[in-house]
Design a binder for this molecule. Structure first.
Ligand SMILES: [Zn+2]
Length: 310
């Protein structure tokens, strides 16, 4: 859809100028703050809308309506803890800035770069389908719906690619450790049976090592897209800041040192993420939004709880 270019204003001001319908004052402020923090462009967003999880939408957390530029956040996400809500906002924000639409070319630095981003995400979608290694449960569920034409919620390949883009972006910004795991799983599947995967046209890397200055194709697309992120190092910093802000704290150098000492046997990705979270725990006062609970949730999500307990 064609929209008139907005005047150049500060990003925060721009976000606050978008009508938000149905939210409480606190919910709206939280939404604006989190949207701002993601760094994702908002030029396609015409309205933010709060929606109830009524019949047929029991498990929906968010929705992006391309035609009307509507960014919907459901009560389910509003009830979630901040980190989960951030993931929903990034996911829908990714749909709002998808490389699948030619009208979004300028967001990717031109038509060639948009097509390149689309090619990378199409490869990732294909690679996930062929290896059967998916980013999360939702991604796996979508694959099932794609493969089964009789599924009541059958989807086409285009939709699967679109969702792969949103799920990838969500994880790259809010849960990179998970992408590192999926990357290893996909690589192993291909290495174990190279003949079976001979049709995969070049391996699509999901994530570069934390210390590497070189970005993968998918990361490069995000670097171009995100406001205030110009290179791999800044992407890295952006993700770390986002995670700390979502958890509502800034760690101190001292707590980071103690946390480093606790984490001794995890791989690099998990170590980096968990160090920050343990640092947060050490600083955390007990309270209604107990950060230790959040920490456990994340540990569960990454299947690292056992290792932590050991
Ligand atoms: Zn989606």
């Amino acid at each position: 859809m064609e929209t008139a270019p907005r005047p150049v204003v500060e990003r925060r001001e721009l976000i606050e100028s978008i009508p938000a319908v149905g939210f409480t004052e606190d919910q709206q402020q939280d939404l604006f703050t989190q949207m701002y923090a993601t760094g994702l462009p908002v030029s396609n967003v015409q309205t933010f809308v709060r929606r109830a999880n009524d019949r047929g939408h029991e498990n929906v957390a968010g929705h992006w309506a391309q035609g009307r530029g509507e960014f919907a956040v459901y009560d389910l996400a509003l009830k979630d803890i901040s980190e989960q809500r951030l993931a929903v906002i990034v996911h829908e924000g990714a749909h709002a800035n998808t490389p699948r639409h030619e009208s979004n070319a300028h967001l990717f630095g031109g038509e060639d770069s948009r097509q390149e981003a689309l090619m990378h995400v199409t490869h990732l979608a294909e690679q996930s389908l062929q290896t059967g290694k998916f980013i999360d449960g939702y991604h796996a569920n979508l694959a099932e719906r794609l493969r089964n034409p009789k599924h009541p919620k059958h989807i086409d390949k285009e939709t699967f690619i679109e969702e792969t883009w949103a799920i990838y972006t969500e994880h790259r910004l809010t849960n990179p450790a998970k992408l590192a795991q999926v990357q290893v799983a996909q690589q192993r599947a291909i290495e174990r049976n190279p003949r079976k995967f001979k049709d995969i046209d070049g391996y699509q890397a999901l994530i570069s090592p934390p210390e590497s200055s070189e970005a993968t194709g998918l990361e490069s697309a995000l670097i171009t897209l995100l406001d205030g992120v110009e290179n791999k190092a800044e992407l890295q910093k952006h993700v770390a800041t986002l995670s700390r802000r979502a958890a509502g704290f800034e760690e101190s150098a001292e707590s980071m040192d103690v946390a480093e000492g606790i984490i001794i046997s995890l791989d690099d990705w998990k170590r980096q993420e968990l160090t920050q979270r343990i640092a947060a725990m050490l600083l955390a006062p007990a309270g209604p939004n107990n950060r230790i609970v959040r920490f456990r949730l994340d540990a569960d999500r990454d299947n690292t709880k056992q290792k932590l307990a050991a």
